[in-house]
Design a protein around this ligand. Structure first.
Ligand code: XMP
Length: 324
């Protein structure tokens, strides 16, 4: 498949067109991989890699080996959803790697945002390469490259870029959705039977909660932001339409609370909800006061250590969408 989308390629907007695409891709994957070829895939649980996994499972079954690396910075319930959808429902050959301790140990005491990102990216490649080395007879690597990745970069996914794999681990790439735009990938994902919560989920950065646990990550603040984020997603997700991105960050300063007439140190969490077209500019979304109060009350009642809830009303520019 060439890296250029033909000008007459029909936009996949309906289930019918998605089914036709799926059939064509299954035939192409079978032709590329052959009757015995084995394929490796880093399955993050994001839309693109999930759709690629579902397509390959249809085409070659358990000759696809999915590796899901839990770097400890995923949202609440994410690894569990990957396991239940892929291993239990789709029967995927899935290797689950709980590498949380490894990542968090490497990140301990590191406060600079870009250094944190680099550590997470490098560690991801190391963990994935280690898993790949344990497997035998794998000649192909599947990637969820989509058309904007090709237009914007050199065609390699920015975060789950496995281009840094050691030389003795070189694979032929399988990239079945590389000519599709995001909205088309979603239509294909639905037609493949993936749940809406996976297909229509909001964008989530590769370094995950790592960039939302501001400054040096500590395990207690990380757990707090993960719990608070689950509440924010559940509540703000009720808005129709839901904002483009809505989440929580936890700053690295203490917040004084008071309980039974005693003052104590806790943390603040920040709610952020934005709309955008391309993430280059973004506008803070208005959240109804009743909803804000409910989020505040739930966070204070359910999240250990948090005694203050803030709402970030900043637009981009000048504030970035993420806190770091
Ligand atoms: P910012 O914070 O730069 O974010 O306004 C723009 C969009 O990019 C996402 N984002 C990232 N995605 N790796 C990613 O894969 C990253 O390091 C990263 N940082 C920001 C952010 O969630 C938003 O959608």
């Amino acid at each position: 498949m060439s890296n250029i989308r033909p000008s007459d390629m029909e936009r996949i907007t309906t289930r019918e067109l998605a089914e036709k695409f799926i059939e064509e891709q299954i035939a192409e994957i079978k032709a590329q991989v052959g009757d015995e070829g084995k394929v490796l895939l880093a399955l993050s649980g994001g839309v693109d890699s999930s759709v690629v996994a579902a397509l390959l499972i249809k085409a070659i079954g358990d000759r696809l080996v999915c590796v899901h690396v839990n770097h400890g910075l995923l949202r609440k319930g994410e690894p569990e959803q990957v396991i239940s959808v892929f291993r239990e429902e789709l029967g995927a050959n899935l290797i689950y790697v709980d590498a949380a301790d490894r990542f968090l140990d490497k990140l301990a005491g590191v406060a600079e945002p870009e250094t944190k990102r680099k550590i997470i990216g490098a560690e991801f490649i190391d963990v994935f390469a280690e898993e790949a080395e344990k497997l035998e007879g794998i000649a192909f690597l599947a990637q969820g490259t989509i058309y904007p990745d090709i237009l914007e970069s050199d065609g390699v996914k920015a975060h789950h870029n496995v281009g840094g794999l050691p030389e003795d681990l070189q694979f032929e790439l399988v990239e079945p959705v590389k000519l599709l735009y995001k909205d088309e990938v979603r239509v294909v994902g639905s037609a493949l039977g993936l749940p809406d919560s996976m297909v229509y989920r909001q964008p989530f950065p590769g370094p995950g909660l790592g960039v939302r646990c501001v400054g040096a990550i500590t395990r207690d603040r990380l757990e707090a932001v993960r719990e608070a984020d689950a509440i924010v997603r559940e509540e703000i997700g009720k808005l129709e339409p839901a904002p483009w991105q809505y989440f929580c960050a936890i700053p690295d300063f203490v917040s004084t609370g008071v309980k039974d007439d005693k003052r104590y140190m806790g943390w603040a969490v920040v709610i952020r909800a934005i709309n955008t077209v391309d993430a280059v500019t973004a506008e803070a979304v208005e959240i109804p006061w009743q909803m804000l109060k409910r989020i505040r009350d739930r966070i204070i009642a359910e999240v250990a250590g948090v005694n203050r809830v803030l709402w970030d009303v900043s637009d981009k520019p000048v504030s970035t969408i993420e806190w770091e």
